[in-house]
Design a protein around this ligand. Structure first.
Ligand code: ZN
Ligand code: ZN
Length: 307
């Protein structure tokens, strides 16, 4: 219903364009005829003026086409997601998995600068945290779904910090999924590798004094990486995804998904150029956190590497 109203609105806009252009053409032509008897106000001939007006008309139409296409491309949210939301109302994982239990709560259209996505909300009952999946297409019961597991990074994702590569990775994943026409970016609310925003900033302060990312976390009394991909496994299971093509350089993610019987059929490289501020961060990731940034490594090699 809403989309048919929008289509009518787009059609109506084109009619307005036509009326404006025809009116303009008539007025200008009338003015030119009047002027030809007095003095040549318009430098163009009548024929030239007509060509300009017709060209403008084509430009206006071209300008309207993306509006219509964009509108029509936003298909209704697949019924499969609505069914999952309905079924998940009473969902509860038994202990010990209750700690990672999430419910699918909502699905809404999300037009974005990277394309039209469906935003799916998740509620983690154990700690009231909220997570989201930004999905393209209907991934329910699908094999080989392109997936990126992204952990929240306020400084990188929102502010564009150059201390890490989070924003590049997030935007890169959204663009790739848009290009392929199907996939998921799971946005997990585990800021600062799970230590939280203010602790991450404390770790940054220690890094400013020369520590690397791992030592800074250890100095604050945290493990190197507290991120939890159990949660990601549950979310993909909730969406009934059967197997994934994972955009990652991190073998830990593959291992965690395996525990939820979600196979990674392909590891898709996800590497972005470094900058002077994150060279050290990327080196530490590679040497101390087991992220092998080798673009050619397969899922199998990542799963079985020694680190
Ligand atoms: Zn559960
Ligand atoms: Zn970051």
């Amino acid at each position: 219903m809403v989309s048919s109203i929008k289509n009518f609105y787009s059609f109506f806009l084109i009619k307005i364009d036509v009326i404006i252009l025809i009116s303009t053409m008539t007025i200008l032509e009338g003015a030119q005829e009047l002027d030809s008897n007095v003095s040549p106000t318009f430098p163009l001939s009548k024929k030239g003026l007509n060509i300009v007006i017709q060209f403008s008309f084509v430009l206006v139409l071209i300008g309207r086409i993306p509006l219509m296409e964009n509108d029509q491309a936003f298909i209704p949210i697949p019924q499969t997601y609505l069914d999952i939301i309905e079924k998940d109302k009473d969902h509860k994982c038994p202990p010990p998995m209750d700690h990672f239990c999430v419910k699918v709560t909502s699905a809404a259209k999300l037009p974005s600068r990277f394309g039209n996505f469906i935003a799916i909300g998740f509620h983690q009952t154990s700690d009231d945290k909220e997570h989201a999946a930004f999905v393209k297409g209907d991934v329910v019961n699908k094999e080989n779904v392109l997936v990126r597991l992204h952990s929240e990074c306020l400084t990188g994702d929102t502010i564009g910090s150059l201390r890490c590569d989070c924003r590049d990775q997030l935007e890169g994943a959204l663009r790739k999924i848009e290009d392929e026409g199907e996939g998921i970016v799971l946005y997990l609310r585990q800021e600062g590798r799970g230590i939280g925003l203010t602790n991450k900033l404390k770790a940054y302060a220690l890094q400013d004094q020369g520590m690397d990312t791992v030592d800074a976390n250890l100095a604050l009394g945290f493990e190197d990486d507290l991120r939890d991909y159990h949660l990601a496994g549950h979310i993909l299971k909730s969406l009934r995804v059967k197997s994934v093509r994972l955009l990652t350089n991190n073998p830990k993610k593959l291992l965690e998904l395996q525990k939820w019987q979600i196979n990674t059929t392909e590891r898709v490289k996800h590497i972005f150029p470094e900058n002077p501020f994150n060279i050290q961060y990327l080196e530490t990731k590679k040497k101390r956190s087991g992220h092998l940034l080798d673009p050619e490594m397969t899922a199998d090699e990542l799963l079985h590497q020694k680190h």
